[in-house]
Design a protein around this ligand. Structure first.
Ligand code: XMP
Length: 538
């Protein structure tokens, strides 16, 4: 299959480049920046993009296989990628006196673009420059180094407001470089610039679809797993459920073992919905572990968020090991996970192994997973996908819409939404209140775009505070818990804005909750964005 190859030097946005290309309907593969380009590595490759990086080319930054510059395939360097090409090809890169970050104006030399002599440069720059209203556009930058001398053969077509090269091209070869990040949505005409390279210069056909991804991934799963058993740990969230559906469509139901832990910290009816959905897809070995007592027992008396998270993480791991051992699968079994591309990047295990660690996810770090990874027995069929792509995949695999469209849910479950000590009684109260909130969000619509409020937001949930307040019901004085409602919009959970509710919706939902859940006396709405707050409360 023809594709664009992305060399990952560890930028936080490498996966975004891949995603933008897939949105054009073109397949893209990401390999480490120093990956071997020999053998069949360049088969079907129509263009190569060099990603950004937190490193500096002059301070032992990762270098690509030199065959990159001899293969004749069009190249596009982005940020560090451009600096890498410049340093490798005889130019100079030096530190900036002050880092450039965020929106930066770039001025395009339109006359130079019109005079371009080579076809590839014309395809790339003319199309992009002709679509710009003014010569100056708003690019998005994040760099501490700059080109101070172009490599021989290169010419400058764009300059940043600070006077540094922002867009360069080679006079003879189909080689381009940008100091800014066209893959980031805040970059004006960034998508057009990438498509000018992928479609205009590399002439890729738009034939990559989710159906093709399913076919290819199922074939890979069959080849790798053969007849061996495959065990998938399911959390009830979208990712692992879709991974389960994919395994069931690729492999025989007898081969696939699905294990789900009911920790007692799940949402209302979650266990039932997961069971129903997976059985409908042909699951024959669905192991539901009821471990509510163990989790609630271990959490008794704990009120610090970190202690609670650690206790839950440790217990997950020990129960997982005990229950997996109980299955008595042969040593050769494969362990599957619903890891997404973003999980790998966030936990510093990006394909280039260079992404700086942002946060650790327990689903990537457990000893069982690590041991299986060392043994080459891990299957991660969603590892190249983003959340919304996983949802599309789930729909194609005919998973229930209720599961596929679900908001994200944290691994530690309701425990991080019950502030302070977690008890069985508090879990029951929160589960009821949360279900009413979510149910109402699914019934009500945003009048402007017609979407249900639930689909209009990234995530919504209720939080039970360890506080009670005085109220009155009938003629009786009450002393009920305070519940906070949280609803945010976000593209990826890394930052978030408060959902701008219509006040009547909030007031009506609050009344419904206090009327239906007597233990709750008062409802408030969290109006903090992320940052400075996080989405979850603990
Ligand atoms: P925060 O609270 O860090 O959350 O702003 C960002 C996104 O991540 C989810 N989240 C978690 N997911 N394990 C998970 O799998 C966790 O421990 C965890 N903590 C937060 C959160 O729900 C939001 O979508």
């Amino acid at each position: 299959m023809e594709k664009i190859l992305i060399l990952d030097f560890g930028s936080q946005t490498t996966a975004l480049i891949g995603r933008r290309i897939r949105e054009m309907g073109v397949y893209s593969d990401i390999i480490p920046g120093d990956g071997d380009l020999g053998g069949g590595a360049l088969d079907g490759v129509r263009g190569i993009i060099l990603s950004g990086s937190p490193e500096s080319v002059y301070a032992s930054g990762t270098a690509p296989d030199r065959r990159l510059y001899e293969c004749g395939i069009p190249l596009l360097g982005i940020c560090y990628g451009l600096q890498r090409m410049t340093a490798d090809l005889g130019g100079a890169v030096e530190p900036l006196p002050r880092r450039e970050y965020g929106r930066v104006a770039v001025t395009l030399d339109r006359d130079a673009c019109k005079r371009l002599e080579k076809k590839a440069a014309q395809d790339f720059l003319r199309e992009f420059s002709e679509g710009l209203v003014a010569s100056t556009f708003s690019a998005w930058m994040s760099h501490g180094d700059t080109l101070t001398r172009l490599a021989p053969g290169f010419a400058q077509a764009g300059t940043s407001v600070t006077g540094y090269p922002a867009l360069v091209y080679h006079r003879e070869k189909p080689w381009f470089g940008v100091q800014f990040h066209p893959e980031v949505t805040h970059c004006e005409r960034g998508g057009e610039l990438l498509s000018a390279f992928v479609l205009g210069v590399c002439h890729c056909a738009k034939n990559w679809t989710m159906e093709a991804y399913i076919q290819q991934t199922c074939a890979e799963l069959r080849t790798r797993a053969g007849e061996k058993p495959v065990l998938l740990l399911i959390s009830g969230g979208v990712d692992s459920t879709v991974a389960g559906a994919l395994l069931l469509s690729a492999l025989s139901g007898d081969q696939v073992h699905l294990m789900y832990m009911d920790t007692g910290l799940m949402r209302k009816n979650e266990t039932r919905a997961v069971r129903r959905s997976l059985e409908r897809l042909g699951a024959r070995h669905l192991h539901i572990i009821h471990c509510e007592d163990e989790f609630l027992g271990a959490l008794a008396g704990l009120d610090s968020p970190e202690e609670k998270r650690k206790t839950i993480g440790d217990l997950f791991i020990s129960i997982q090991e005990r229950e997996v051992a109980r299955l008595q699968l042969p040593e050769t079994y494969f362990l599957a996970q619903g890891t997404l591309y973003t999980d790998l990047i966030e936990s510093g295990k990006g394909v280039g192994k260079k992404a700086h660690v942002i946060k650790s996810h327990h689903n990537v770090a457990s000893p069982l997973v690590e041991a299986k990874r060392r043994a080459g027995k891990i299957l991660e069929p969603l590892e190249k996908l983003y959340k919304d792509e996983v949802r599309t995949l789930g729909r194609l695999l005919k998973l229930d819409e209720d599961l596929v469209g679900r908001h994200p849910f944290p691994g530690p479950g309701l425990a991080v939404r019950i502030l302070g000590e977690v008890t069985r009684e508090k879990c029951a109260i929160l589960r009821e209140a949360d279900a009413i909130f979510i149910d109402e969000l699914k019934k009500r619509r945003n009048r402007e775009n017609g979407k249900t409020l639930y689909d209009d937001m990234w995530q919504a949930f209720a939080v039970l505070l360890p506080l009670r307040s005085v109220g009155v019901a009938g003629d009786v004085r009450t002393y009920g818990y305070i519940l906070a409602l949280r609803a945010v919009t976000s593209a990826d959970g890394m930052s978030a804005d408060v959902y701008p509710f219509n006040a009547n919706d909030l007031i009506e939902i609050s009344t419904l909750i206090t009327n239906s859940v007597p233990a709750i006396g008062r409802v408030s709405y969290d109006i903090s964005s992320k940052p400075p707050a996080t989405i979850e409360w603990e």
